[in-house]
Ligand binder design. Structure first.
Ligand code: GUN
Ligand code: ZN
Length: 406
């Protein structure tokens, strides 16, 4: 048993966070939270000049794009062809995939991210390596092999039959591993997937109870291309609906240029949205309206979308979330933590610091931006606008300190 002492803050409520001074953790779970020093404490870990926050959740990030940040373009489709497909091809080399995966997960952890929903490359072996490295890192992750069967380089393309076999092989080993790793069926987007591939993907996901992740309605040019490729559909969202890809375990990234009819489809199917504001600014994709999604009750979390998003740090992504949709820092931290957990359906286990939940948390140093005893709203506002990797002192998953390594 260990008791952590610090300025402990949890964001179950988007308007009024809860604050404690002591958190007791036993066997990876939070057993109690209190303002006063508890009578039975075990070992005391003193973070008295630090904040202790729920672990950050990144609901959308591309592992094989880790080295591709910062290469500008305003056209998504050109950027994919020019920079991203060539970068992802390198993951046919298992040695390279191993090195990149290791660096990827350790960097996320150093930035306070405890859970991530991850796109791997189009390679089965690189996807298995991503799972192995996620397991070793101690992080929580949902990972999937990218599926494409058209409009991409030949060597990144698959077939419905092969996709089904590869998903089944990798997911049967890793989905649910240690209650920490899960598989997401990952058709890249409607531009690079035929209807038979998407239908096969949807069927496997349904049969095996897997997550689904894809991109939706990011740029005007992309939407035009989708409507050209699928004549007869009335919207981009309808393509995924017809394929059977939408549902409670489905996370769509971006969802920027949607009609209310499309929002209603997302809401009625229980589909979740990964909001990726840094990516949307970087590629000049447009601004997602958070209030419009909220009006329909759509669950939204934050995603870095590395590499279209230049920042691994979710604190930096939060700044862009604020620029895209002005919001209170309490709300921004709620989206980052509880929002992310709800997107993944893991809010019974993680997303907040509550007795019974698993002890995923980040120790944050507010200095030099703010003093640790400043007003909480001011500290969080400063962290939301100016925070980055330098403010992260330590990252814990299930009560184990992953960084700096225990
Ligand atoms: N749409 C399809 N693939 C991608 C990708 O890799 N990044 C982004 N931002 N959008 C996409
Ligand atoms: Zn993406």
């Amino acid at each position: 048993m260990r008791t952590y002492h610090g300025r402990i803050v949890s964001f179950e409520d988007p308007t009024s966070p809860r604050e404690y001074g002591y958190m007791t953790v036993e066997d990876g779970r939070i057993t109690s939270l209190s303002k006063e020093r508890p009578s039975i404490m075990g070992e005391l870990v003193d973070y008295s000049d630090r904040l202790i926050l729920p672990g950050f959740v990144d609901t959308h990030v591309h592992l094989p794009q880790f080295y591709s940040r910062g290469m500008i373009s305003t056209s998504l489709l050109d950027w994919l062809e020019k920079f991203i497909f060539p970068a992802e091809m390198k993951f046919s080399d298992p040695g390279f995939a191993r090195k990149a995966s290791r660096e990827f997960f350790s960097t996320l952890i150093r930035n306070g991210t405890t859970t991530a929903m991850v796109y791997s490359s189009s390679h089965r072996e690189a996807t298995e390596i991503a799972f192995e490295e996620a397991m070793r890192s101690g992080m929580r992750a949902v990972i999937g092999q990218v599926l494409m069967d058209r409009n991409g380089p030949e060597e990144l393309l698959t077939t419905p039959k092969r996709a089904k076999e590869e998903i089944a092989a990798v997911a049967s080993r890793w989905h649910g591993f240690d209650g920490r790793l899960f598989y997401a069926v990952t058709p890249r987007f409607a531009v690079s997937c035929s209807m038979p591939l998407m239908k096969t993907a949807a069927r496997v996901a349904e049969e095996m109870g897997l997550y689904v992740q894809t991109h939706l309605s990011e740029q005007a040019e992309e939407i035009k291309e989708v409507l050209r490729l699928f004549p007869g559909v009335s919207s981009y969202t309808e393509v995924y609906l017809k394929a059977g890809l939408l549902g409670r375990k489905t996370v769509v990234a971006h969802a920027i240029h949607l009609s209310d009819t499309e929002r209603r489809i997302l809401a009625e199917t229980g589909t979740k949205v990964a909001h990726c504001p840094s990516s949307n600014f970087f590629l000049h994709s447009g601004t997602m309206s958070l209030p419009s999604h909220e009006r329909f009750g759509i669950v939204v979390g934050l995603g870095s979308d590395v590499a279209a998003g230049p920042f691994v740090s979710m604190l930096e992504v939060m700044r862009d979330a604020y620029y895209a949709n002005p919001m209170d820092p309490f709300k921004a931290f709620h989206l980052l933590t509880m929002g992310g957990a709800r997107v993944l359906g893991l809010d019974g286990r993680i997303g907040s610091l509550e007795a019974g939940k698993e002890a995923d948390f980040v120790v944050v140093n507010p200095e030099p931006l703010a003093s640790p005893d400043d007003d909480l709203w001011i500290i969080l506002s400063k962290l939301m606008i100016l925070g980055d990797e330098r403010n992260v002192t330590a990252t814990y998953v299930r009560g184990k300190r992953l960084w700096p390594a225990e």
